[in-house]
Each structure stands twice: as structure tokens, then as C-alpha cells.
Design a protein around this ligand. Structure first.
Ligand SMILES: [Zn+2]
Ligand SMILES: [Zn+2]
Length: 268
């Protein structure tokens, strides 16, 4: 897997975040010939351009966790959408009585955006409403789904392929009965990508905002007995030096933990 965006809430570009990166969530996962993408935050622009630069037709399965801007703002700029040679399947949960297609179309309308999806997307495009809890086969990989605790709802995804597994659990607030479900869902995974936006101190003023802490990330990784914890959805205000410091704290408790960085590749 390769990280194209690791930041939470809003892009945070600039010299102070150069090493970890300022783009919002987008993760590329390769399972044999299959390309899976998790979220289309601002990092999706770079991924899309890299895919188009290969000059090969793109076939992608894109899993959207939820529809907050930071997970979707890259969609209108994901360049494989503009060529009829490509095949894109979008997966996401219906919310508030609206299908995935209706929700995504609602992002690209006046007065928020100059052109509609219908006007500009030329790829062979399929929308798949996810029934949370279902397993979705993608080639030889299986993508499992779980509802996470986040305002407005959010889907956690687990990919199993060739005896390896990873869990994408961003935008999750700890401290409810759903925690135990997530621990079971993530049980034994090779990597757990987890929302570690806050420290416990920061979290105290932000309960109910839908995010977790690095301390809860460590507890989740321990409880689910995953091999590697990957900190994710970094606070936009946490610069590279502060990220290094946070990671040092985490490593006192789980030695081989990592903090997701843009362009970082992890082979499971
Ligand atoms: Zn987010
Ligand atoms: Zn969110």
C-alpha cells in the first residue's frame, strides 16, 4: 500500500508538514492485479495523475469511508475519471436516504463547484451502495465492512488477500460499545490504519467530534492483536517536529508503530 494523503480534516501544505505531508486521506492498495483505493481526499489528485502517467487503462475499485470533505475533495480532480478507457467502481454506504450516486453528485453542483459529475466524468463508472456488514470480493481479495463511531456514519474496511490483511479505520471515536466490534474486525491483521488525530489532552475538549487519540490507537492495536499500528488522519496543526514527538511517545508503548507519511509504501 502507498499513502497519497494522511492528514485529517483539511489539507495542511507547507514547509512545516513537508515530511509527513499535507494532503487529506487517500490510500492505494495493490492486491495482485487489482487496484483498491481508500478515500478520495486531496491526495487522490496525485494518485490519479500517477495512474494516468502510466498510459495504461486504469481499473480501480474505490472505497469511500464517508462523505466529509476531507475524504472526498479529490474526487473532481481524480484524472482517471476523464477518460473513457478507464473502469472505475465506487463503493460507499447510502446515508440519510440517499444513494452513493446521489451523495457524490451532490458534491459537484452549483454554487459549490463549476461542473457536474455527469458533465465531466467520461470513465466507465459504476456506483455500488455498500450494505455495511457485507463482504465485497475484488478479484481474489475480500473487502469486509464495519460501521464505525463517527458523526453521520463511517465505514471501516478490512482487506484480506493472499494470507495478508489490513484494516482501514480512519475517523473513529473510541469509547463506545462499537470499540469491541472494531477489535474483533481487526483481529490479527498485519496492519491497522487508525485515526490518531489527538492526544488525550487535546481530546478532552473535542469529544463527540468523531476522532480518536494515539493512546486509544495503541489500545486498539493491543486489543485486536494486530502486527503493526499505522497512525493516520494527523491533525492539520501538527507539524513534522510534533509528529516525530508523538511517534516517539507511541513507540514507547508499541515499538514498531509507524505514522503514515505521504509517498510511504508498506509491503505486507
Ligand atoms: Zn476525516
Ligand atoms: Zn469525518
Amino acid at each position: 500500500m502507498r499513502f497519497w494523503g494522511v492528514r485529517g480534516s483539511i489539507p495542511a501544505p507547507g514547509p512545516a508538514t513537508k515530511r509527513y505531508g499535507g494532503n487529506t486521506p487517500c490510500v492505494e492498495v495493490r492486491c495482485g492485479d487489482e487496484l483498491l483505493i481508500f478515500d478520495l481526499g486531496s491526495g487522490a489528485r496525485g494518485l490519479g495523475d500517477a495512474l494516468v502517467a502510466t498510459r495504461k487503462p486504469v481499473k480501480a475499485s474505490i472505497f469511500i469511508s464517508h462523505y466529509h470533505y476531507d475524504h472526498l475533495q479529490g474526487l473532481p480532480f481524480f484524472s482517471p475519471m476523464f477518460s473513457p478507457a478507464n473502469d472505475v467502481t465506487l463503493y460507499g454506504s447510502p446515508r440519510d436516504g440517499k444513494s452513493l450516486k446521489q451523495i457524490l453528485a451532490g458534491q459537484m453542483v452549483h454554487p459549490y463547484f463549476p461542473v457536474t459529475a455527469e458533465e465531466v466524468f467520461r470513465t466507465r463508472l459504476a456506483y455500488r451502495d455498500v450494505v455495511v456488514g457485507e463482504d465485497i470480493p475484488v478479484g481474489k481479495a475480500t473487502v469486509r465492512t464495519l460501521e464505525l463511531n463517527h458523526p453521520g456514519g463511517n465505514v471501516g474496511y478490512r482487506v484480506d488477500f493472499g494470507g495478508r490483511s489490513l484494516v482501514y479505520a480512519t475517523d473513529v471515536e473510541h469509547g463506545t460499545a462499537l470499540d469491541a466490534k472494531l477489535f474483533d474486525f481487526a483481529r490479527g491483521a498485519d496492519a491497522l490504519i487508525y485515526d490518531s488525530m489527538y492526544t488525550e489532552d487535546e481530546y478532552r475538549g473535542r469529544t463527540g467530534w468523531g476522532h480518536s487519540t494515539w493512546e486509544a490507537a495503541v489500545r486498539a492495536a493491543d486489543a485486536s492483536e494486530v502486527k503493526q499500528l499505522v497512525l493516520f488522519h494527523h491533525d492539520p496543526g501538527r507539524d513534522d517536529a510534533a509528529m516525530d514527538k508523538l511517534l516517539r511517545e507511541v513507540r514507547k508503548q508499541r515499538k514498531d508503530s509507524i505514522a503514515a507519511k505521504e509517498a510511504m509504501v508498506i509491503q505486507l
